[in-house]
Design a protein around this ligand. Sequence first.
Ligand SMILES: [Zn+2]
Length: 322
Amino acid sequence: MSWLSNIPPGIKNIFKPKDDNSDGLWTKCPGCGEMIFQRDLDAAHQVCPSCDHHLAIGPAERLALLFDNGEFEEIDLPEPVTDPLKFRDEKKYVDRLKENRRKTGQQDAMRAAHGTVDGVTVVAMVQSFRFMGGSMGMALGEAMLKAAEAAIERRAPLIVFAASGGARMQEGILSLMQMPRTTIAVQMVKEAGLPYIVVLTDPTTGGVTASYAMLGDVNIAEPGALICFAGPRVIEQTIREKLPEGFQRSEFLLEKGMVDMVVRRADMKATLSKLIRVLVKERRQGVASAPAKATAPAKIAKLPKPKTTALKETPKLDKAAE
Ligand SMILES: [Zn+2]
C-alpha cells in the first residue's frame, strides 16, 4: 500500500479536477478530439469552437441562458420518501444519493425555475445528467407535477430540457410509475391550454423518452444528441445488423420525423421565444373563437373531467410509494 492511499478523501477532493472530462484548464472535445481552452469553452456555452459539438452544460447555466438577464427564481420541489425499497447494489442507494447530492449540490436530477423569456413568464425544468445519469425516480415525478402546477398557476408555458439514462433502477417499479405520473403532469398543462415544449439534449433515453420527453407540442433537439429508448448497441446486438451512420442522433430523427427541429444552443432562446409567442397567441385565438362554433363549448366543458380524475389518482400513487 502506498502512502497516497492513506490520504483522507476530503483532502484528495481538493486536488481532484473540477470535472471528470477536464483537467480544469483544458477539455478534450469528444467530437473532434481537439484540446479546447476551458475559458473559450465556457464563453461558447460548452459548444466546441472547432466542430460545433455540443458538450453537456450545467443546469444553472442552462437556466441563465434561457431567462432574461439570466435571472430566475427556483421552484421548491417536494421531497418524496428516500429509498423505499432499501436498495443496495455495489453501494447502498442512500449513500449513492448522498454522494450525488454533494457532487451536484442538488436534491435530485430535476430542477425547476420560473422567470421571463423576452418578457413572457415561463416555467422551465432542467434535468441534470450528472445526478445519477439524470435518472427518473419518484423525486422527478413529483418535480414534474409541481412544475406543471406552477405553470398553470402562472398561466405560463412549460419548457423541459431533458437529459436522462432512463428510469432509476434503484427505485424499481416505483420509478416506472413515474412514466404515467409525468404524462399526467404534461396532460394537466395541455388541458389548461398552455404550451409544453421539450428540448432533447444529449443523451435522452429509456423511460424518459417513453414518457414526458416525447410529448411536447414541439420537440426540439440539440445537434448530435443521442435520443432513443434502447441504445444503438443493444439494438445492434439484438437484430445483428450494422446500424446506419448517425442512427438515433438528432439529425437522423429529424429526417425520420421523430423530432420537429434541431436547434443550436446559440439559437435556442430565440427559437423558444418565437415558438412561445406563436403557441400562446394561437391558443388565445382558439379560446376566443370557441364560442362562435357550436361544438366548441361542449368540448371545453368536458375538459375539467379528466383533470380531476388525474388529480385524484396522484395521491394514490403517493401512498403506494410510501
Ligand atoms: Zn470539437
